[in-house]
Design a protein around this ligand. Structure first.
Ligand code: ARG
Length: 460
């Protein structure tokens, strides 16, 4: 049957339902640009190596450029019968330019072609994701700078623990995103290897020059093993796992944003333009963006699981299962790019309620560690100091007061090591100022962290 590009050995055309089932054009058409760029590089290499004529090469490259315009102007009809983007373009090329089009696929297989297209696609999108991560980091650094003296309770077990600077909290997010950035840099490096020239699996009988293709497409290196070149999906698994970790970070941030803008916390207020209302309850202002990002995290993790499971049992080299690599990948790319972009806006639009945050520190016992540390500095072993401070907290709970409200007399009853300077030592500002160990929450340390964050951003 002559219908399919590979129809020679068949005596029947493919069943219509099977055709639709096995096609990937519905989703791989988004790699049209990469497919055309790859084919142009391949054709030029074939001509340079004397495998096709210069004349044919010119016809092919002109034809491919015309197809690019057709696709971009919406006059290209994608056909499910032609299975994927590779065959759709090749068929159109042959229709356009005749015999020369039929020479393009010399020394090439769809197996190495799809690998090439996906590498180019993922490499470009990885760079785009990295830029968006930086943009969000910038939003966190700006917010940290804007609210650099705001004190809030730091939490463990979601119980108020010790006073911290709000900017310190923002910079923790910044640090998390630094690791995401570097993970995507790693993905980029392992994606930056050129697979074409592997043929279907074993290389080719033609005297090709793979480096020439790599140079034209700006790849740093060439796959050293043809079997590996067509069956490697590590870069996709790595992309998806880096994306999952990134989304987990955004999801943890979301959880805090959602809590903080609840009436119970009221630490922050989101911009009206970033929230939605309720169709029934007129008073509502909901943090949908954060909830959705938290929700979409599951979807991205799902794509990672699907990909790992798909590849897990596959023998070398190409298997059609590998076609399943794309939908989850594309959806992940769209999801993380969108999530990063909206998050940068959300953070920039966020307003901080400094009084409420400070009140949450004052009306609690998050200075109890500082009370103990005070006694340690006066010579008491930490364990005993901890017990004295615990007793002070217990006493205050019974008396309905806070540590800061205790009189000198009350302090003295607990330990004669207490002097009038205890009052100063347990003020929230002092608690923050004194945590001056490297990476700590003091104004000093936070400024150092902020300066280094800003320097990282400047360098990128
Ligand atoms: N549509 C296929 C994919 O996305 C392209 C490679 C097909 N190769 C093959 N021998 N069927 O993986």
């Amino acid at each position: 049957m002559g219908e399919q590009l590979w129809g020679g050995r068949f005596s029947k055309s493919t069943d219509e339902m099977i055709n639709e089932f096995q096609a990937s054009i519905q989703f791989d058409k988004r790699m049209y640009h990469e497919d055309i760029a790859g084919s142009i590089a391949h054709a030029r290499m074939l001509a340079k190596c004397g495998i096709i004529s210069d004349d044919d090469c010119l016809k092919i490259t002109d034809g491919l450029k015309a197809i690019l315009t057709d696709i971009e102007t919406g006059t290209f009809d994608f056909s499910v019968d032609l299975e994927d983007i590779h065959m759709n373009i090749e068929k159109r090329l042959t229709d356009k330019i005749g015999e020369a089009g039929g020479r393009l696929h010399t020394a090439r297989s769809r197996n190495d072609q799809v690998a090439l297209d996906t590498h180019i696609y993922v490499r470009r999108e990885t760079a785009a994701v990295s830029r968006l991560i930086l943009e969000l980091q910038k939003a966190f650094a700006e917010t940290a700078r804007k609210y650099s003296d705001v004190i809030m309770p730091g939490y463990t077990h979601l119980q108020r623990a010790q006073p911290i600077l709000f900017s310190h909290h923002m910079l923790a997010y910044f640090s998390m995103l630094c690791r995401d950035f570097s993970r995507f840099e790693g993905v980029y490096d392992r994606c930056d290897i050129m697979p074409l020239g592997a043929g279907a699996l074993a290389g080719t009988t033609f005297p090709i020059d793979r480096q020439l293709v790599a140079d034209q497409l700006n790849f740093s290196s060439v796959y050293a093993n043809s079997l590996d070149a067509v069956s490697d999906r590590d870069y996709i698994m790595e992309f998806l796992s880096s994306a999952s970790i990134l989304m987990i970070h955004l999801s943890r941030i979301s959880e805090e944003i959602i809590l903080w803008c609840s009436r119970e916390f009221a630490f922050i207020e989101l911009d009206d333009a970033h929230c939605t209302g309720s169709s029934m309850m007129p008073q509502k202002k909901n943090p949908d963006v954060s909830e959705l990002v938290r929700g979409k995290t599951g979807r991205v993790i799902g794509h990672l699981m699907a990909m790992l499971t798909t590849v897990k049992g596959l023998p070398l080299a190409y298997n059609k299962d590998l076609q399943e690599d794309k939908e989850g990948l594309f959806d992940t790319i769209d999801t993380i790019k969108f999530s990063l972009a909206v998050y940068a806006q959300l953070i920039r639009g966020m307003k901080v309620n400094r009084e409420i945050m400070l009140k949450a520190v004052r009306e609690d016992f998050s200075n109890a560690t500082d009370l103990a540390d005070y006694l340690v500095k006066k010579g008491l072993p930490f364990r005993q100091a901890h017990a004295v401070s615990g007793k002070a907290v217990h006493y205050c709970i019974e008396q309905h007061k806070w540590l800061e409200d205790m009189t000198m007399e009350e302090f003295k009853k607990l330990s004669d090591l207490f002097e009038p300077d205890i009052k100063e030592a347990i003020k929230p500002e002092t608690c923050v100022k004194n945590r001056d160990s490297y990476g700590g929450t003091s104004y000093n340390q936070t400024q150092i962290q902020l300066a280094s964050a800003e320097e990282i951003l400047l360098k990128q």
